[in-house]
Design a protein around this ligand. Structure first.
Ligand code: URA
Length: 217
């Protein structure tokens, strides 16, 4: 199956999903959108009011700021893929619960596998926790690690900057520094054959597996 077909199958499953209770009282599931072959994938927290109405990620105020941030590093949202940790809106925009994140987890895993991005950008605490368990966003924002053959960059959620004016410049600066640096590093690592998710080792393959976690910047 092509990446397009896998993503469409996931999107259909998300729209009909009843794996947890979040779908109750929502208008639309929000699977995510963008280029099925994107080099960069952004993972937010969960749909808000506007996303629920439209069935599309990051289309409210946080989305407008994300579009500005993307433009600041020369990216258009049609060239990246944008999704969330949970695909239905939590009531009143409350934090997603661990069991809701777990119920939605396979969708994200399958989306990452289908798109095979070189760079994953986590937006906020909940997507960060999937890749940097136990980390604090205040400590690692703007930092990148090589995790399972992809560069993962931890960023503040764009909405945090809208709620806390003092964070706005930090988010802008993190974006402008870390996204181009991650893409440059991804190109370098790919040329050296050190990027892309590790494939299953053949039984007779004696070469050591690549390092699973490496701090880049
Ligand atoms: N916040 C998120 O985390 N995701 C969206 O899609 C919109 C706002």
């Amino acid at each position: 199956m092509s990446a397009e077909e896998v993503l469409e199958r996931i999107a259909a499953a998300v729209r009909d999903c009843t794996k947890c209770d979040l779908y109750r009282n929502t208008k639309n599931g929000v699977p995510g959108e963008g280029d099925p072959h994107a080099e960069v994938m952004f993972i937010g927290e969960g749909p808000g009011y506007h996303e629920d109405r439209q069935g599309r990620p990051f289309v409210g105020p946080a989305g407008a700021f994300l579009n500005e941030l993307l433009a600041s590093v020369g990216l258009d949202r049609s060239t990246v893929f944008i999704t969330n940790v949970v695909k239905h809106r939590p009531p009143e925009n409350r934090d997603p619960l661990p069991e809701e994140i777990a119920a939605c987890g396979d969708y994200l895993t399958e989306q990452i596998a289908a798109i095979d991005p070189k760079v994953i950008v986590t937006l906020g605490r909940f997507s960060m926790a999937r890749f940097f368990p136990g980390a604090r966003i205040g400590a690692i924002h703007g930092q990148a690690k090589l995790i399972d053959g992809r560069i993962v960059v931890a960023m503040y959620h764009p909405a945090a900057a809208l709620h806390q004016a003092s964070l706005k410049q930090t988010v802008i600066d993190d974006f402008k520094r870390a996204i181009p640096a991650a893409l440059t590093e991804a190109t370098r690592l790919a040329a050296a054959g050190k990027l892309s998710a590790p494939k299953k080792q053949d039984d007779d393959d004696q070469s050591p597996p690549p390092p699973q976690q490496m701090t880049l910047f």
